[in-house]
Design a protein around this ligand. Structure first.
Ligand code: COA
Length: 391
């Protein structure tokens, strides 16, 4: 067994949806003060998938540049993390495997535990690579966050996918061994099989998240993790970006540290740059935060990053990563900024039409209009089968 092999994130790529709804538009519709959105929850806009986009098309869009850069020869496993699954049986990653032309000698599986499962996917990938460092694992986190129209959660919707290539001797971030985990049976956010929108007790979810911050940190330190002041930055799960501030303030207080707002902004400010524009992308959210940090911060070479992954219900994990020398040459900063800036602004009527869209359940042929400008599209539903294609 290779004992000293370093394993982590070798490449990372982000994709989001075609459309964007600004919080000015939402506030004008529902009469809220837009400052509540901009300053109160730290959100400026939300990505809205076109009719022919979903977790599969975004995932393939995110993963394609990784396969183009590194090839697929070493990828034997695809782990797809999502809480907005498109099928109760088939893993969404199988569609992605097909769209990307990955080798048939591969295993593909889907993982679920609210916003946390992207981190479970990463940890499982590390385990597989540890067993055979010649293999790489494609980890994909992809979600569309949807709440009922007119609810408090509506302002925290969004959509994105992050694809990560996990392997030995990674070019971006080495993931360290110590990890603090925490589980508590809490109904703060859930989606019964018969609903297409999530149910959330917003206040309960904030306190459950903060409880998980304490729980994971306790376990992390008991397992010999780093001291708090060894970290240069922290990536938190961001259901809305102000949550990262609340969480970090809470961790500092819990550890008896001063809560200087300038220090907090220095530790997490960069991680919120994309999430404030994309909105909540559930499983992808924390990794969207990592992309923003790597793309925006001054040289982080050799620096430790703390990660706090939270998934309602609830399961959480705190772990650490170290940024690898030369990482900047691997970044996809221009592509990430372009994916966000090229989104087309839509008005409330179009947003509402997309929000209310669903397929008939009669098993008939239901083509979807071509809207996406991305490389992959959902062509339609026929005999209850989803059909995807390269555009
Ligand atoms: N200017 C500045 N800030 C304002 C404001 C204004 N005009 N009006 C309100 N605010 C602030 C509030 O003080 C509050 O800040 P605080 O939390 O630091 O006290 C914040 O904006 C939100 O206001 P609130 O009244 O609590 O909003 P809400 O009832 O609409 O709920 C959420 C906000 C986040 C709880 C709600 O959007 C939600 O449930 N989102 C989903 C949460 C989620 O995804 N959880 C699951 C995963 S963790």
């Amino acid at each position: 067994m290779p004992g000293d092999v370093t394993i982590g994130i070798h490449d990372l790529s982000l994709a989001t949806a075609r459309y964007v709804l600004t919080h000015e538009t939402l506030a004008a519709q529902n009469g809220a003060n837009v400052a509540k959105y901009h300053r109160g929850i730290g959100q400026h806009s939300m990505s809205v998938p076109a009719a022919d986009e979903d977790i599969v098309t975004m995932a393939a869009d995110a993963a394609a540049p990784i396969v183009a850069r590194h090839g697929a020869d070493r990828i034997r496993t695809v782990v797809f993390a999502t809480e907005t699954s498109v099928d109760q049986s088939k893993a969404a990653g199988v569609y992605v495997h097909s769209l990307l032309g990955l080798p048939s000698a591969a295993r593909v599986v889907e993982l679920k535990q609210a916003c946390y499962s992207g981190t479970a996917a990463l940890q499982f990938a590390i385990g597989l690579v540890h067993r055979d460092p010649s293999q790489q694992v494609l980890v994909i986190a992809s979600d569309v966050s949807r709440y009922e129209l007119g609810t408090a959660g509506e302002a925290t919707q969004g959509a994105a996918a992050v694809a990560m290539l996990v392997g030995a001797d990674p070019a971006l971030v080495r993931i360290e061994k110590q990890s603090g985990v925490f589980t508590a049976d809490i109904m703060d956010f859930w989606r019964p099989n018969y609903l297409t929108t999530a149910l959330v007790d917003g206040r309960e979810s904030i306190s459950a998240y903060l409880q998980a911050v304490e729980g994971t940190w306790k376990d992390y330190t008991e397992r010999g993790g780093r001291a708090l002041d060894e970290f240069s930055a922290f990536c938190y799960h961001q259901p809305f970006t102000k949550m990262a501030y609340k969480a970090h303030r809470h961790l500092l207080q819990h550890c008896g540290h001063a809560t200087d707002e300038g220090e907090i902004t220095r530790a997490i400010g960069h991680t919120t740059a994309y999430n404030a524009e994309i909105g909540n992308s559930y499983t992808a959210s924390m990794y969207v935060g990592l992309a923003a940090l790597l793309d925006h911060a001054d040289d982080l070479t050799g620096r430790a990053i703390g990660f706090l992954s939270y998934g309602s219900g609830s399961v959480a994990e705190f772990f650490a990563g170290t940024v690898v020398p030369g990482y900047r040459a691997q970044l996809r900063s221009d592509a990430h900024r372009e994916a966000i800036s090229r989104r087309e602004k839509i008005g409330y009527t179009k947003y509402r039409e997309l929000h209310e869209r669903s397929f008939p359940v009669d098993g008939g042929d239901h083509p979807v209009p071509t809207e996406t400008t991305g490389p992959y599209r959902l062509v339609g539903l026929s005999s209850h089968k989803r059909i995807y294609a390269t555009r």
